[in-house]
Design a protein around this ligand. Structure first.
Ligand code: SF4
Ligand code: SF4
Length: 90
């Protein structure tokens, strides 16, 4: 599991309202994380297919997308792109 370290991630606006879970086509891509008395929903970067649906449905602007071309290619086409030891396209 790559929690909140993929292309799509939850920022500090997240209040754990679960709208993203309801809108996500991938079962288990959104993971509940408890910090003290608060709850937030983070993204499993290994499960997420980067469809962007959670960015649309989140009412709190709590979902963001990393704009990193190399990481994008690596995440979407890992078999084609190949990876170096840092997880980036070489
Ligand atoms: S919809 Fe947005 S605010 Fe609600 S749990 Fe998901 S990321 Fe957090
Ligand atoms: S980008 Fe798509 S697959 Fe990934 S967490 Fe959001 S809704 Fe789910």
């Amino acid at each position: 599991m790559k929690l909140n370290e993929g292309l799509i991630y939850a920022n500090d606006n997240c209040i754990g309202c679960n709208h993203c879970i309801l809108g996500c086509p991938v079962l288990g891509a959104n993971i509940s994380v408890t910090e003290g008395e608060s709850n937030r929903i983070e993204v499993d970067g290994d499960a997420c297919i980067h469809c962007g649906k959670c960015l649309e449905v989140c009412p709190h602007n709590a979902r963001e997308c990393i704009h990193d071309f190399r990481m994008s290619v690596n995440n979407v086409f890992p078999a084609v792109a190949g990876q170096n030891e840092n997880g980036y396209v070489s």
